[in-house]
Design a protein around this ligand. Structure first.
Ligand code: SF4
Length: 264
């Protein structure tokens, strides 16, 4: 049996093992995040279509191709959202397509990658999603579109973990190295790129080994208090926050037995 791990799970564990325990081992729901994700989803789908369905017989598409793709993704949007999305994609076209000599066909769009890693006799199934995967001359570039108004910038250590996880999974899937992970901020036209190296993979392997020891042996899940505690939904159950923490809710998932995560 394998233990599923995503970049988000790994980052949570790295930030605070106790929060990881509450969220993923005991499945206590955290405060729901209510935001309008509909526009972001439509933008991601339009961008996937722009690259996936283009015929690539001309060097670059005209703006009306972008507008056509957008028109295919708007049925559930308000007229304000449709206008906002159109102007975001026009900016994208100017910043990332019109100024290129040619639009290159990506290796894949809106995909999911998986890889595996063995640690402490546990098999971890690593999975992640990406918006676009481009060929470079010497490897791969993973593109992540950011469409939110309020961008939650991850800490550098957390970005490194995400890069390492993708590095590992892409190497297994394509036998090619991840050279870069790039964040494209659709509302500002900004692109931030991070170089990927074998050290990122090594770092991820180290953190996963620590998690494996926690699962197999320790089961201590130490709290790691920091300024994130102000936004943590689990403060009332957390021994680092209260000398007398509340008991976990009755419908909490039972403590997982070790045999459930052993590789067989
Ligand atoms: S309150 Fe702080 S220390 Fe406790 S679980 Fe949340 S993040 Fe971790």
């Amino acid at each position: 049996m394998t233990y599923a791990l995503s970049a988000a799970k790994l980052q949570t564990y790295y930030r605070c093992p106790r929060a990881y325990y509450f969220r993923y081992e005991r499945r206590i729901e955290s405060a729901a995040f209510f935001g309008s994700a509909v526009l972001g989803t439509s933008l991601h789908q339009a961008l996937a279509q722009i690259y996936q369905d283009w015929h690539y017989q001309d060097a670059i598409p005209r703006l009306d191709w972008i507008e056509y793709c957008w028109s295919q993704q708007t049925p559930s949007l308000t007229s304000n959202q449709i206008n906002e999305g159109r102007s975001i994609l026009s900016r994208y076209y100017q910043d990332f397509i019109a100024n290129q000599s040619a639009m290159r066909k990506p290796l894949a769009v809106e995909g999911r990658i998986q890889g595996t890693l063995q640690a402490e006799n546990l098999e971890f199934l690593l999975s992640g999603r990406y918006d676009r995967l481009d060929f470079l001359d010497d490897g791969l570039e993973l593109i992540d579109y950011k469409s939110a108004k309020e961008v939650d910038y991850a800490e550098p250590d957390e970005i490194d973990l995400q890069i390492g996880l993708y590095y590992l999974a892409l190497e297994q899937r394509y036998q090619r190295q991840l050279k870069r992970m790039s964040l494209l901020f659709l509302r500002t036209g900004e692109k931030i790129s991070f170089e990927a190296t074998p050290q990122h993979r090594q770092r991820v392997e180290e953190v996963i080994c620590k998690l494996a020891v926690e699962l197999r042996q320790d089961q201590r899940w130490p709290p790691f208090p920091s300024n994130q505690c102000d936004r943590c939904s689990y403060g009332r159950y957390c021994p680092a926050m209260r000398s007398d923490p509340e008991p976990m809710p009755e419908d909490t998932k039972p403590q997982q037995g070790l045999q459930l995560v052993l590789s067989i």
